[in-house]
Design a binder for this molecule. Structure first.
Ligand SMILES: Nc1ncnc2c1ncn2[C@@H]1O[C@H](COP(=O)(O)OP(=O)(O)O)[C@@H](O)[C@H]1O
Ligand SMILES: [Mg+2]
Length: 291
């Protein structure tokens, strides 16, 4: 598939300008600007409570921003529902996947978009078409189904992520948002999911990949936006930054440095064995402590 919106790779498929989101008195996001381009993996990094989920809920039409602009393919949009986001081609795979484990893989693949077949006056779910399509689409990403009627519950976590990604690609997503798709997976399974992320990108899709894991982000990311307590440290292209720098920002670098200095002061004050332990802890945090 070519670039699905006829945008050049220089034009963002999504642009957020100075987005703010408040829940009553709580400001969850402030001053967030970012641009997502076709055929790129844009990683969204940040600690718990940083505002990652709130941001993707804005992108996927669950929340409306309190302030700021949301542009899709250079046009300003106001999404009233997840359905509208989906119709534009913004597909979101939430962390819980919203799959039904006791239902067949085919049913899950077509959930909400069932192919219909006429039987007299009735429209019925076209099981045969659905099964063939599902098997074929999963084969494309390297999953061989023994039986499309097998339940989703029989798939591993990585395979379920794969089904969700294949589904988004099949239904023509231009933007694919993945919320922590690798966090519950083992090393090998995570690697497979990372491969699907790259495949989606190769298909022209702009991918927003939310993760805690800087190693996973670094392996596939072209751009990195780091959130901290509802604000952005900015977006960094891969060539402009380092993995260690991202780690430091995610950990709230300054806060850890301040803590290291504090531990060092305590260590100098009481020179006993406990003090030495604090001294070592300060060093581990990258503080100025020297033996
Ligand atoms: N519906 C809501 N009502 C009130 N506060 C919320 C709501 N959703 C998120 N928040 C607050 O916004 C902040 C960011 O949360 P969230 O986006 O879930 O962070 P993350 O996904 O990075 O862990 C938190 O302080 C959270 O308590
Ligand atoms: Mg979250």
């Amino acid at each position: 598939m070519a670039n699905p919106t006829n945008l050049t790779r220089m034009e963002p498929i999504i642009e957020l300008k100075d987005i703010e989101k408040s829940f009553g008195k709580v400001t969850a996001l402030q001053g967030i600007s970012l641009r997502l381009f076709p055929s790129e993996v844009h990683c969204l990094l940040g600690d718990n409570g940083a505002g990652k989920s709130t941001l993707i809920k804005i992108l996927s039409g669950v929340h409306k921003p309190t302030k700021g602009e949301f542009l899709f393919a250079n046009r300003r949009v106001e999404l009233d529902s997840p359905r509208q986001a989906l119709d534009l081609g913004i597909a979101t795979v939430f962390q819980d996947l919203a799959m039904l484990p006791l239902m067949s893989i085919t049913r899950n693949f077509f959930l909400g978009r069932e192919p219909k077949r006429r039987v007299g006056p009735l429209q019925v779910f076209d099981t045969a078409t659905a099964a063939t399509t599902t098997t074929e689409e999963l084969r494309k990403i390297g999953i061989r189904l023994r039986d499309p009627d097998q339940t989703v519950g029989t798939l591993s976590g990585g395979e379920r992520q794969a089904v969700a990604i294949a589904r988004a690609v099949y239904f023509g997503a231009k933007v694919l948002i993945l919320d922590e798709p690798t966090s519950a997976l083992g090393v090998k399974e995570a690697a497979v999911v990372l491969k699907y992320i790259v495949q989606a990108k190769t298909n022209g899709i702009g991918v927003i990949f939310i993760t805690h894991n800087v190693h996973h982000a670094w392996a596939v990311g072209d751009a990195f936006t780091v959130l901290n307590r509802g604000r952005s440290y900015g977006t960094f292209r891969k060539a402009e930054t380092h993995r260690e720098r991202l780690l430091q920002m995610m950990a709230g670098g300054e806060e850890l440095e301040a803590l290291a200095v504090e531990l060092d002061l305590i260590a100098k004050r009481d020179a006993g064995p406990a003090g030495q332990a604090e001294h070592r802890a300060a060093e581990d945090l990258g503080g100025e402590a020297k033996p």
